[in-house]
Write a protein of this length. Structure first.
Length: 328
């Protein structure tokens, strides 16, 4: 049997790099692609020595060429934190629109199956709880999150159009908050923010009154769900996430306990359009994929904290997008 070949965009990012690892482990030839704006080559450094891994430094919003056959394409290139897409809104829109168009064209030319990383952000600030796949969402197109939310909604529409019009094999995963090793420490997302603050000896900044909720999924669980979805025959969107919901204030308290920091929680203004609650309904993933998360938040947070602790001191104060922290 000839070896299957998969293209993973956003390969140097948090999720992309874990997907590269998984597909290598499954015996695939993996072609990683990333423009390295928010990705970090350290995440995939260990793969460069492998015969069945190659890397293209390329921006998928420009024409994408990959020689040879392709069986699968996974589109995971995109800024993915609210602070990132405030800083680079146009690139965020381009990778979700021009980028997906290029990749759909490539998938059609190669007769490859394409899976896109969509997001719980398509539900916006949801009025249905927990969120099921048939909920259409409550998104403000012109708010600060609009560039991400609408890019992802467009991406779903475009992918579905290629599926119905061209008969392309497509898959859509709606990813809820996910965490684990290789998250960027200073990208502004709540988990690295809290752990970074604890490691730097700063207070933990809860936004608003901290009563908004999120449901955090450990990265290995997410990757398993994505792998199963790719190999399934379901072209409709599927939620993948952990339904274990927690308020941001309680989450901050868990991080204080985990890290043993003697800092306290301080409250900062709630960002515009910050969703008040979020929890995936995973009935569909359970039924179609036989999937559900296995890693508890306690276990996952422990592994993630160990990872952040192992980073160099400089990393605690740096960010590729130029966010600098003042050393105490
Ligand atoms: N948040 C917070 N403190 C921070 C960073 C984020 O309280 O330092 C809150 C944020 O307002 C949101 C939640 O944590 O309600 C999750 O934020 P994140 O940026 O991780 O992802 P989101 O789910 O909003 O896309």
């Amino acid at each position: 049997m000839t070896q299957k070949r998969v293209l993973i965009t956003g390969a140097a990012g948090f999720l992309g790099s874990h997907l590269c690892d998984r597909f290598i482990k499954e015996g695939y030839h993996v072609i990683g692609m990333d423009n390295l704006i928010t990705g970090d080559l350290h995440n995939i450094e260990h793969l460069f020595k492998l015969e069945h891994f190659e890397f293209y430094h390329h921006d998928v919003s420009k024409f994408v060429h990959v020689p040879g056959k392709l069986d699968y394409i996974l589109h995971f290139a995109s800024p993915a934190s609210p602070i990132d897409y405030l800083k680079i809104p146009i690139q965020t829109l381009k990778v979700g629109s021009l980028g997906i168009h290029n990749l759909l064209g490539l998938a059609k030319q190669k007769s490859a199956r394409l899976l896109i990383a969509s997001t719980s952000e398509v539900y916006g600030d949801p009025q249905v709880h927990p969120q099921t796949e048939d909920y259409w969402g409550n998104v403000n197109p012109v708010g600060p999150r609009g560039v991400y939310d609408e890019a992802k909604r467009f991406q779903e529409a475009m992918t579905m159009a290629y599926h119905t019009y061209h008969g392309l094999e497509t898959r859509i995963v709606r990813i809820f908050n996910t965490y684990g090793p290789r998250m960027r420490l200073n990208d502004g997302r709540v988990l690295p923010a809290f752990i970074g603050q604890a490691l730097r000896g700063e207070d933990l900044t809860a936004f608003g009154d901290g009563s908004q909720t999120r449901s955090f999924c450990y990265v290995d669980d997410l990757v398993e769900g994505i792998y199963r979805l790719l190999l399934s025959d379901c072209a409709d969107p599927v939620n993948i996430g952990n339904p274990d919901e927690i308020t941001i204030k309680d989450f901050a308290e868990e991080i204080i306990k985990l890290t043993g920091t003697d800092q306290k929680i301080i409250f900062k203004p709630l960002p515009t359009d910050d969703p008040k609650q979020r929890q995936p309904d995973i009935t569909k993933a359970r039924a179609i994929l036989g999937w559900e998360p296995k890693v508890s938040r306690a276990e996952g947070l422990k592994i993630t904290y160990e990872y952040f602790k192992s980073l160099s001191k400089e990393k605690l104060y740096e960010d590729p997008l130029g966010r600098e922290f003042t050393k105490k």
